[in-house]
Design a protein around this ligand. Sequence first.
Ligand SMILES: Nc1ncnc2c1ncn2[C@@H]1O[C@H](COP(=O)(O)OP(=O)(O)O)[C@@H](O)[C@H]1O
Ligand SMILES: [Mg+2]
Length: 300
Amino acid sequence: MTAAIEVQGVEKRFGSFVALAGISLTIQQGEFFALLGPNGAGKTTLISALAGLTRASSGTLGVMGHDVVTDYQAARRSLGIVPQEIVFDPFFSVRETLRFQAGYFGVARGRTLDDWIDELLAKLSLSDKADHNMRQLSGGMKRRVLVAQALVHRPPVIVLDEPTAGVDVELRQTLWAFIRELNGKGHTILLTTHYLEEAQQLCSRIAMMKMGRIVAMDTTDHLLNAFSERVLRVKIDGELPLSQVAVRTRQQGAWHHFTIHDLAEVETRLAGLREAGARITNMEVAEPDLEEVFLNVMHR
Ligand SMILES: Nc1ncnc2c1ncn2[C@@H]1O[C@H](COP(=O)(O)OP(=O)(O)O)[C@@H](O)[C@H]1O
Ligand SMILES: [Mg+2]
């Protein structure tokens, strides 16, 4: 099957500054993929190159088998991009903005398009704003219009560059429910976000970028297992017995952390603590999380 996104050896220089230092990446159709990395890692630059907004200094990029340079129109039409920066014509209404965007991609006006626009507005809780001018909308609403705009020509591949920045929790959930639904229907999703718990919940595969390079790329589960540990946290009344200090991985006030490799080890560890005379007043088991993976990968 043709890959949804195929990036090979992409470099991007701005003068002498290297923003992308050789990126290769294949995303299959139907994947929900996250691209993570600190500010300045090159995520938006890579997305701009995919969208044909900036030209790679070397390497190739393709969307649904269409090269973004030699087959620009087809590549661009296969792609719906929710950009990081909000830019709009403030004098258009929401509906006009969406119709205009559809026209740009050669989608015919008429009933089918209007129904789809209504559906998009409903899914994004924007129905009552359809005839408002863009400048009358809040930041979060504008961002949701950007999402609708990216989807109006029904692209098979959807790229979201920090779509939830400045969007409140409830709307974030509405947005993710909708994006999940689209993914369920076969759309490929590429997402960048600073909310790592979002990536952990939504994405099946993750690439982490640092200074223009991919420094880790694997399934979410593999990354969690490789770079994060399950930790037993125990709150002790008084001092931790010396025999237990030796096996402790960390202390935070009255809380003592023990790395555990499987759940059976929780029982052995608790029994050991009790035998040593520790008075346990509280405990919890913390699952591996992507935040820890991210920090470990970035500081490696
Ligand atoms: N047009 C440009 N001219 C010069 N430098 C740029 C330009 N666009 C991006 N950069 C630089 O490239 C690096 C990567 O930026 P960007 O792709 O926006 O990172 P990210 O989206 O991961 O935060 C940054 O150091 C940024 O300053
Ligand atoms: Mg960015």
